[in-house]
Design a protein around this ligand. Sequence first.
Ligand code: SF4
Length: 609
Amino acid sequence: MVNSSTKSIIQKEHIQNIISKFNFDKTQLLGILREIQNNFRFIPEDSFDWIADELDISPVMIKGVVSFYHFLSMDHRGEFTIYLNTSATSEMQGCHDVMRAFEDEVGIKFGSTSLDKKIGLYTTSCIGMCDQEPAALINDFVFTQLTPSKVKLIVDSLKQGVSLATLITQFGDGHNADQEIKAEVKNNIQMKGKVFFTDYIPGQSLRMAMELGSLDVIEEIKKSGLRGRGGAGFSTAQKWGFCRATESDTRYIICNADEGEPGTFKDRVLLTELPQLIFEGMTIAGYAVEAKEGLLYLRGEYAYLKSYLEKILDSMRLAGLLGKRILGSRFSFDISIKLGAGAYICGEESALIESAEGKRGQPRNRPPFPVTSGYLHKPTVVNNPETFSCAAKIILNGSSWFKKMGTDASSGVKLLSVSGDCERPGIYEVEWGVTVQDILNLCGAKEVLAVQVGGPSGICLSEKQFQRKLCYSDLATGGAFTVFSKKRDLFSILHNHMDFFVNESCGFCVPCRAGNKLLLEQLEKIMIGNGSMKDLEEIKSLGAMVKTASRCGLGQTSPNPLLTSIDNFSDYFKSKVRDSLDFNSQFDLDFAVRESCIVAKRNINLEKN
Ligand code: SF4
């Protein structure tokens, strides 16, 4: 029998080995903690001191990091940790039945771990599988299109000790069947265009970039009109130009592969099918701004792709496309991968940089912007996989080729992640300028009540607006396009979206931390029939305040689903609230003060009598 002090010594040795594997590098703290979590299924409290000693950081800071990320925990999450996605599309596809099935089969509620520490049941808000819901992650393995009977099979097998790998009996399409991935995930590429899924020979674009010269690469990107594909739409050439113009001995290129907006999954497909193109785009950016190091920040939910992506990087090094003296030139550049650990806010570029440095993913004050002071406070370009892929194709085919597609102010194409109530969910490559109705026709959506463009932080459109165009001057979007049919309840969708923001707020600033919670409560009040016109006005003014006073993009956009729905579905909202109600007839004073009475040890009934 191993006593507790021997156990502690073994744990310490194990953790020290993990730290040494990460070269005692404090920027690798997240990777170290992920590995500890994977090995022990929790982060032992003692480990804070051990890690702090080795990395020369404070234990409190480490504890702060652990508490920030969904996939790290000081409580045991079970030998098998099941993270069921509960996004709006998952709910629409039967996630509640699946949830009940898991609870029945395991015998515990979500949010807990079985007493024998075998299985933990937890929810999460988006794992990038909205076109194949309900989906769950179990120890980094992805399970899609879950049903109660599939759940029974999975839980029975886990209890019997069957390995997760053997539970994946059918692989998805394309590279999902690759030896290093072997996932049942499907790409669902429904429509290919002229940019992404066309013939591609790795290295060609980089060769052309080197022939052009670094300044002309930026000029060519500028002429193409390429803007960041994450939603904000900042000029890519300007970003690269600012970074290059900042005096520094070191510059970095970061690929933001942390698409965490529920409804977005197109970067997952790019990472699976076209990783060389993404890496080549990053290398071209590195060449253009004179950077030597690139970093792919891969969201924790896509950990199942990591070894495959590492294999691709190795093959590119062998082919002379990465590493020292690329293609025999004097340019050297290499790319490494860092994994996130489950935090939507890390999709915001400054939060992502903090996270990549091994810290809590809290947004930084801006300015300075990352192009002048980014990763390790050096000039840094942050773009997403779609933008880097476009850049590589622009260098290959020329700016005028790209400019011919789309509209004057929005050149090129956009990858859309289409999900929800439609016959053909998946990836669509479309030219900017396409209307919402065009997409609905393409994906086979009928009897449509609403379309959420840009995910929960985007806009909720009603039928009257289906002729609006997807482009930077009208409906700018990072790519999520979620369809809700007339059989759906708009309020439950909105509730799901607002709940998402309440959970994902990093908590740094009050307007976002408290404001989103208050907005959710106002919505709940209307949902139970206690709302009045005054509540709608309050939601509008509170929402406007949250948008204006919040520090980063999350708070600046989180009220959008509610505010745009009140505007676009005003008749629906009006039909659900009373005309005038200055007091709340169903207000239960006893219930409202109950908690305070318990704290103050006052008996409510006695007071009444
Ligand atoms: Fe954090 Fe929200 Fe403030 Fe952004 S707006 S810094 S997510 S609390």
